[in-house]
Design a protein around this ligand. Structure first.
Ligand SMILES: NC(=O)c1ccc[n+]([C@@H]2O[C@H](COP(=O)([O-])OP(=O)(O)OC[C@H]3O[C@@H](n4cnc5c(N)ncnc54)[C@H](OP(=O)(O)O)[C@@H]3O)[C@@H](O)[C@H]2O)c1
Length: 178
């Protein structure tokens, strides 16, 4: 099973000029909790936006890039297929963006953790609108919460299989300290 995690604005925008325009701290915590101990697939440009441009701690970082050299603490993959192979069988794996990496791996996704922020800043990067895609449905929806005047909620979308059933939930995974 391949999963993704993303924070989207009301129009499914995810960022502008290489960064997230609006961020809520609770979403950053949620991201760390969900992805802690797992493998993450990340695009070169999103990596550049991380603190210090460095890979994330407590996760196996797999960077997609056709151009960059070796990165300490990470594996570099030259294609979506190479990235999936690097993640390995049985390892919980999250696609964490940006737009081009979400799109390259979208056909392989079974489950997406979406944080929906009720605001609409200008975006030049987008995640596919899962509400408009009949192949996806909401499996879990948290209560709406608010931080610094921005309403947000955590949702889990699952891709329906050919028989109309949602993809099975992943098994237990190893938790590591955040
Ligand atoms: N809201 C969120 O949850 C969230 C999460 C992550 C990112 N974002 C936003 O997304 C935006 C960045 O997205 P982006 O599309 O511009 O950049 P990106 O996906 O982070 O990185 C793009 C780079 O990844 C490499 N790449 C992409 N697909 C590849 C493939 N199939 N095989 C090999 N390499 C591949 C290429 O690197 P090379 O050029 O080196 O070949 C490409 O230039 C930013 O605004 C960021 O803030 C938002």
């Amino acid at each position: 099973m391949l999963e993704a995690i993303v924070a989207v604005y009301a129009d499914w925008g995810i960022g502008a000029n290489g960064t997230q325009s609006v961020v809520v701290r609770a979403d950053r915590r949620h991201f760390r909790e969900v992805t802690g101990g797992a493998a993450v697939l990340v695009g070169r440009k999103t990596l550049a936006d991380f603190p210090g441009g460095r890979p994330l701690k407590n996760r196996k970082n797999i960077i997609l890039s056709r151009t960059c050299g070796p990165v300490e603490g990470a594996v570099v993959a030259r294609s979506a297929e190479e990235a999936l192979a690097a993640a390995g069988e049985g390892e919980r794996t999250f696609v964490i963006g940006g737009e081009s990496v979400y799109r390259a791996l979208f056909p392989h996704l079974d489950r997406v953790f979406v944080t929906k922020l009720r605001c609409r800043p200008h975006s030049d990067a987008f995640f596919p609108d899962l509400d408009a895609d009949p192949a996806w449905r909401i499996a879990e929806a948290g209560e709406e919460q608010e931080e610094d005047g921005i309403a947000y909620r955590f949702l889990t979308y699952v891709r329906l299989r050919a028989d109309g059933a949602p993809a099975p939930a992943p098994g237990n995974r190893t938790r590591m300290p955040l």
